[in-house]
Design a binder for this molecule. Structure first.
Ligand SMILES: [Mg+2]
Length: 188
């Protein structure tokens, strides 16, 4: 199984109408380090697929994003030993999106090709409709977490074309459900 994660609102605090612009602004959500560590322990690769239009807009540069991601990896390691195997980001500004910018499926396809995992064995976990749309286009299973923008996304109603979607309270809850489902399948 390959686990793909949106970043903001899944692993760390989402700032509505703003961006994580420095390592200091990256605040981990509760329990995410141990949750990622549980995925690592299963031997499942874990990768992030994140839209970062703050780069395309010139708000931060790629060097700053690299610092933010180094900090993210350090925080996850310290908080329960979580390890992210790969980070994909789309720098495209909203007015010039490529196939990599979600709801495009480009980053998800790159990750599946890199880890040589089929869409049917890939799960995308996100908090926004664009995450569910990207997962649908890529043919992955989809989990919506209610952290970040998740409650709003759920309240707005999930369009039929992104269904079925599993709803989880948070990343730790999503991981709990994945492991329970995996156990059930293994015992069947
Ligand atoms: Mg998000």
């Amino acid at each position: 199984m390959l686990i793909l994660l949106d970043r903001d609102g899944v692993l760390n605090r989402d700032y509505p109408d703003d961006y994580v612009k420095s390592p200091d602004e990256l605040i981990l959500l509760p329990g995410v380090g141990p949750a990622v560590a549980r995925l690592n322990a299963m031997g499942w690769p874990v990768a992030i697929c994140t839209n970062q239009s703050c780069i395309g807009k010139g708000i931060i540069d790629e060097a700053m994003l690299a610092l933010i991601h180094r900090h993210l990896r350090e925080r996850l390691a310290r908080d329960g030993g979580g390890r992210i195997d790969e980070i994909y980001f789309a720098p495209d500004p909203p007015w010039a999106p490529t196939e990599r910018r979600k709801p495009g499926a480009g980053m998800l396809r790159e990750a599946m090709a890199h880890f040589r995992v089929a869409p049917a064995d890939t799960v995308f976990i996100g908090d926004s409709l664009v995450d569910l749309q990207a997962g649908t286009t890529a043919g992955c299973r989809r989990i919506l977490v209610r952290t970040g923008k998740g409650m709003k996304t759920q309240a707005a109603g999930l369009p039929p074309d992104v269904q079925p979607v599993t709803i989880a309270e948070s990343l730790p809850d999503a991981v709990e459900r994945l492991l329970a489902g995996f156990q059930a399948t293994a015992e069947a």
